[in-house]
Design a binder for this molecule. Structure first.
Ligand code: PEP
Ligand code: MG
Length: 579
């Protein structure tokens, strides 16, 4: 038995036979062809490229949702196969050096992969995988070998791969895959995102699982703990069979809460919303009991592509989500690029402190046309449902007014073209910079709602880089300063009679639900899978007791003290819950 630890990418337990999906680049050796055979070699190469394109187009046709991430990535793969760097350089190497096609292509590929590898941004570095995946396909086609895909899987198996391509993951819906385990990947990799939205257990970033695995090994995948066990003992199988049963009971038990309102025992109702990154997450969010979308991170529309999304594309995507949620609100956040997220088609300067640099609303106030195209699309979508627009990273009233002035321009442009939009569409801001929390009362007079972004609020208030693992021990949602900033924001909102939501990760942590209730939040927006659990806790709580308890909490000096008192309280109140 071999126990391996990786990154827990999607919760759940699976036990079954492993299936190795080879995605390594087939090796090539330096070899040449006779001069008179050079053109034949070029033709063979171009045929393999065309065949690969046809295969990807075929897979793409099966993806109905054209705005989905899968569809877009498959389009990126097609674009890579059109790329002159890759194709023309290979043809040139074949012609000039009489290289055999696979050797020439491998050389060009390796050069490009090295460039990708050196890119510091994790998201873009991961796109090197896209290149590797199409490289694999072209080389297999060149060798006349079948490119095995998830679609060919007929039995319920656990897929073991170095990495899975979007072409593979697009097919998972139709195949009986039980779980995945991959060498590479992070929580933001496509495989992880897809596994979570499909509810398939997955562990990524195992580094050497493909080396350790030998068919037909039996495998256990524990996506909650990030553990993969190869060749488990009968005892381990018994233990995890129990765990699997316990997990599905937990989910089944929780799913009852999805349909119930989040109302406390003394009758206070909170609205629980979902955070989404892609339009196709809407159905799963509704199933989990989301009563709306509290944060739609639209920057994902900009990633993974070569051009900017058009106003029409923004509009069609937003309209689809809006229509799915019918009478529930959909909060569309305007572009939040920069910091740890940026798109290849927008040139952003290298900055010493990108988290504090030209990002989000600051970038939009500079690139007015990019911003206004998105704002017009959001306004247009507002005539199809309950849309709310939200600006990220507002630091004060001046910045807010500048953004609102551009919204007014966008409205005037639509009026001139006689295009419909909801004149009453609520406009709000994220409170995620401490200065905004400090002037919450002033900001509240000029907007329709607030949403507290604790991911950034904690980063800026405590001076802790949210992506730096060396200081992550200081990243404390229960720090008295954070609780006070949240309280101040809630008071600012309520004095001006506007609702206040929270959409940072803190909102979806069951441990904090009671505190957030006590702080007076009106809405909480979170990863859809957390909704039933948070609902269950709120339904067992008494709002006025939580309020009293939280006033006491705010008198303590450290996050540690507060954490201890909170855990003790929750254990007394809800002995059957695990925190
Ligand atoms: C936040 O900062 O809390 C937030 C929700 O936004 P993001 O994580 O996209 O920065
Ligand atoms: Mg943020």
């Amino acid at each position: 038995m071999k126990v391996m630890h990786g990154i827990p990418a999607s919760a759940g337990v699976a036990i079954g036979r492993g299936f190795f999906l080879s995605r390594a680049l087939p090796s090539s050796v330096h070899s040449t062809v006779l001069r008179e055979k050079v053109e034949e070699e070029v033709s063979a190469f171009l045929r393999a490229v065309n065949r690969s394109k046809e295969q990807i187009r075929g897979i793409r046709e099966g993806v109905k949702d054209h705005s989905s991430e899968h569809y877009q990535i498959l389009s990126v793969h097609l674009a890579l196969l059109e790329d002159s760097m890759l194709i023309d350089q290979t043809v040139r190497l074949i012609r000039e050096n009489q290289f055999k096609a696979d050797w020439a292509f491998n050389k060009v590929l390796q050069n490009l992969l090295e460039t990708f590898h050196r890119i510091e941004d994790q998201y873009l570095r991961e796109r090197g995988h896209d290149l590797r995946q199409i490289g694999h396909r072209v080389l297999e086609n060149l060798a006349g070998r079948p490119v095995d895909s998830v679609a060919a899987i007929r039995d319920a198996v656990i897929v073991i791969a170095h990495d899975l391509s979007p072409a593979d993951t697009a097919q998972i819906l139709k195949s009986p895959v039980l779980a995945f385990a991959t060498d590479v990947g992070s929580k933001t990799s496509h495989t992880a995102i897809t596994a979570r939205s499909l509810g398939i257990p997955a562990v990524v970033g195992l580094e050497r699982v493909t080396d350790e695995f030998a068919e037909p090994d039996e495998i256990i995948v524990d996506g909650e703990e990030g553990i993969v066990i190869l060749r488990p003992t009968p005892e381990a199988i018994r233990e995890y069979t129990e765990k699997r049963k316990e997990y599905s009971l937990r989910i089944r038990d929780l799913s009852r809460f999805a349909r119930l309102p989040a109302v406390t025992r003394d009758g206070r109702t909170l609205r629980l919303h979902a955070n989404i990154e892609f339009a196709e997450e809407a159905d799963a969010a509704l199933r989990s009991g989301a009563e709306g979308v509290g944060l739609y991170r639209t920057e994902f529309l900009f990633l993974n592509r070569k051009d900017l999304p058009s106003e029409e594309e923004h509009f069609q995507t937003y309209r689809k989500v809006t229509e799915k949620f019918a009478r529930h609100p959909v909060t569309i956040r305007t572009l939040d690029l920069g910091g740890d997220k940026f798109a290849s088609q927008i040139e952003l300067a290298d900055e010493m402190n990108p988290a504090m640099g030209l990002r989000a609303i600051r970038f939009c106030l500079k690139e007015k046309e990019i911003f206004k195209a998105q704002v017009r699309a959001i306004l247009r979508a507002s005539s199809h449902g309950m849309v709310r627009m939200m600006f990220p990273m507002i630091s004060g009233v001046g910045e807010l007014r500048a953004a609102l002035a551009l919204v007014e321009e966008a409205r005037a442009e639509l009026r001139r073209k006689r295009i419909a939009f909801d004149k009453e569409m609520p406009v709000g801001i994220m409170v995620e910079i401490p200065s905004a929390a400090m002037v919450a009362d002033l900001l509240a007079r000029e907007v329709d709602f607030f949403s507290i972004g604790t991911n950034d609020l904690i980063q800026y208030a405590l001076a802790i880089d949210r992506v730096n693992e060396h200081v992550s021990y200081l990243y404390e949602p229960l720090h008295p300063a954070i609780l006070r900033l949240v309280r101040r924001t809630v008071e600012g909102a309520h004095d001006a009679r506007i609702p206040v939501s929270m959409c940072g990760e803190m909102a979806g942590e069951p441990l904090y639900a009671y505190v957030l209730l006590g702080l007076g939040m009106d809405e909480l927006s979170m990863n859809a899978t957390s909704i039933p659990r948070v609902k269950r806790i709120l339904r067992k709580s008494v709002a006025y007791e939580a309020k009293e308890f939280v006033s006491g909490l705010l008198l303590h000096g450290t996050a540690e003290e507060i954490g201890k008192i909170l855990r003790k309280k929750l254990e007394d109140l809800f002995p059957e819950e695990r925190f």
